[in-house]
Structure formats: structure tokens, C-alpha cells
Design a protein. Sequence first.
Length: 253
Amino acid sequence: MRRVYLYLMIGLLAIIPASAFGLGIGDFFSGIGVNYQLWNDVSHNGGSASIDNGALSLATTAGTRWGRGQLSSMFNLVGNFDAAVDFNLTKFDDIFSSAVFGVWATDGSFGMITGRMYTLGGTQNYETDYHINNNWATGYGAQTGDFSGRFRFQRIGSNVNSYVFTGGDWLLTSSIILPTSASVRVFMEAGNDGDAGNAPEVIALYDNFFAYADDIVGVDPTYTIAQPEPATLILFGSGLLGAGALARFRRKK
């Protein structure tokens, strides 16, 4: 059943032609703990990463400001890629709480992050920020009532595009022209802010991570799979993605 679900996830990412990719890699966070063959725990300032009921739980500690629960990939996505993950911001308050998914160039030349934020005054929004050679800019911001959904990044040639799954479809949140063709790492994060003794505990759950790329390096090849036939991907399509992600979170509640 797990392999059937794996190929379903592959099919759901098939918005651009399957021939654009060579390898796939996924993590359903169903083990006893974090798979450190795939991920590096870079949590700091009271942050933590653990597996909770079949999902990745990233958390901060109440009272510790600027805490980050964060995992960064040990593997690099090379060339064109398509990466997505489910998220659920489950514990937060209105000081500053966030669930974030990001990509970062291995040479440091560019990066992009998309997050579900809850900020001072009760503002709820999606926000996409990016940097090119350490110059930061905001590409997208919009209010939303969604606390769970799906993030996605896609590189096609010299562009990186970011998306959120909302309203039953993928919404393009930002697109940047890249200064290099460097490979990227991906990361997931829960974050907080606030006064030193008043920073909130934040918990963000992540699940069903999957990525396709021209090549995937820095990981044992047993963790990667070759793409299936294009006809298989087309059969699954991408339209079931939102329903599948939300159904999985409902089962966990």
C-alpha cells in the first residue's frame, strides 16, 4: 500500500512533463524518528524536530525568542526540480508564529521561502520571500484562513516558482530569475518571535514530502527512485492533490 501511495504522490506532482525529471525522493515521516540519512536537524534557540503520529513535528519553546525547529535536506536537487510538502500550523498565537518551506542554493546565490504566518494583531497570511545574492525582497503576501495546506517549489530552466495549494488549486505566489544554476537544498521550519519571556510555543506538522529532479545527489541511491512511465503520471494527474493532502491530515486529528 505504501508503494501505491508513493506513486500516487509522484503522479500528483506531474504538472510539467515527466520527461523533465530523472529521479524522485520522498519521506512520509512514518518511522520512529527523523531519518538522518535524508535530513540534518538544524533547530536552534529552543527548537526541536521529531516524528509525531506519522508526521514531522517541528516546534519552538515558549519563552525562547526566535526559536526555530528546522530540518534541512542532506540531499541536493540538481537542475530542474519539483518539490512539495503538506503542512499544518497546529499551535500558535498572535505574537509571531510560522510554518515555512524553503529552497536554498548550495552556493548561497539565491533562496526562496514560503510560509503560513500568524502575526501580531491576529493577521493571518501566506508570504513568499526570496533573496538573490543576499538582497531580500517580498514576492507575495495575502490573507488566508487556511491553517493547513501544501507548499511547492519548481525550477524550470533559469526560473524558480513558488506555489501554495488553496481554493482547490495551485496558486503561483512568486517567480524569480536565477543568477546561477546551482543545486538546492530544501528545508522545513516552525518559527516564533516576541519578547524574551513572551515568545510563543509554535508547532507545525509536515507530511508527504516528495521531490523530483534531473538528479539528486548527496544521499544513498536506495532512497531515490527512477521516474515511472509518463502515461502512469498522466493517469494520476494533479487535480487530486488537495483532497489527498487534506484527507491525510483529517485522519490524524
